[in-house]
Design a binder for this molecule. Structure first.
Ligand SMILES: NC(=O)c1ccc[n+]([C@@H]2O[C@H](COP(=O)([O-])OP(=O)(O)OC[C@H]3O[C@@H](n4cnc5c(N)ncnc54)[C@H](OP(=O)(O)O)[C@@H]3O)[C@@H](O)[C@H]2O)c1
Length: 265
């Protein structure tokens, strides 16, 4: 039973997860259920079983991984409820849906683990944060065995930390890409072609992320680029004067507020 896993939802995050799983030559059998039949072709390269409806095969899985949008979760729980048993573990990657909300909709006492990661999980170096209450060493071991081969697992004692991680880490790649896009548009604004602007900004992002990875201290990196009275310093001072840092803090706090209860209007 332990070697079978069902993933529900074959969207963006599942694609990233399967990319990592595929590279690691897994011994697990992976079944993916997505009501959108068109998703079947996207998954061909991953060598997984695709189902466009819920079948008894799910009863053979130990882990049931929820990868649908939060607004679809109630219908999903209704569908899977009859197929679940207390030997299974429900693992949710959905933003903003608490463990209790899921547990309360299940008709049996099934452990629910709430997880968060982001689409960079495909490159095998990302974190998966997880929370469960009560904590079970046995369940943690099962999660580590499965997810630990392609990601770094980090336990969150408080569920509130998962909400914070959702705003910072789950959404995080979008913030960097947004900044990348701003710089690209500035290249274009200053007369560079769209093609060159894309190449140059992507080089910038890629090269900088490698430097960040090898140098832990942001101030050291900045001071290696910005000299007093120089060009970089002029730009950084303008950003500081315009309080870009507090604008970003405000923006991420909006995401955090949303992640505490995503379905609240
Ligand atoms: N994307 C990210 O960067 C990211 C990061 C962290 C966490 N998450 C979380 O991960 C979850 C999935 O996100 P995503 O971006 O991968 O979503 P997505 O691309 O929209 O994928 C969800 C898939 O589930 C399908 N679906 C809808 N209802 C279903 C049902 N009843 N049964 C089975 N499948 C159903 C959807 O089909 P249709 O196309 O027909 O709707 C779609 O193919 C979300 O809860 C999100 O909060 C995402």
């Amino acid at each position: 039973m332990i070697n079978r896993v069902t993933i529900i939802g074959a969207g963006n995050l599942t694609n990233s997860l399967l990319t990592a799983i595929h590279r690691n030559r897994f011994s697990y059998k992976i079944d993916v259920v997505d009501t959108n039949k068109e998703k079947r072709s996207n998954l061909k390269k991953f060598n997984v079983n695709f189902f466009s409806s819920y079948t008894d095969i799910m009863t053979e899985s130990k882990l049931i991984i929820l990868m649908v949008k939060p607004n679809n979760y109630i219908e999903v729980i209704k569908e899977i409820n009859p197929l679940l048993s207390e030997k299974m573990i429900v693992v949710s990657f959905m933003a903003g849906i608490g463990c209790c909300s899921i547990k309360n909709k299940l008709s049996q006492n099934i452990p629910v683990v709430r997880c968060m990661t982001n689409i960079t999980i495909s490159d095998s170096e990302s974190h998966i944060f997880y929370h469960m209450k009560p904590f079970s060493k046995n369940i943690a071991g099962i999660l580590i065995k499965f997810f630990g081969t392609f990601s770094k697992l980090k336990k969150c004692i408080n569920e509130g930390d998962i909400d914070k991680i959702t705003a910072l880490y789950g959404s995080g790649p979008a913030y960097y890409v947004y900044f990348n896009k701003i710089i690209k548009d500035v290249f274009i604004n200053m007369g560079f072609s769209k093609k060159d602007a894309t190449i140059f900004t992507n080089d910038l992002m890629h090269g900088t992320s490698k430097i960040i990875k090898n140098n832990k201290n942001s101030d050291d990196i900045i001071s290696a680029i910005a000299s007093k009275g120089g060009t970089t310093q002029a730009a950084l001072t303008e950003l500081k004067n315009n309080k870009v840092d507090s604008m970003i803090l405000k923006a991420i706090k909006k995401a955090y507020k949303k992640s505490k209860n995503i379905l609240e209007k």
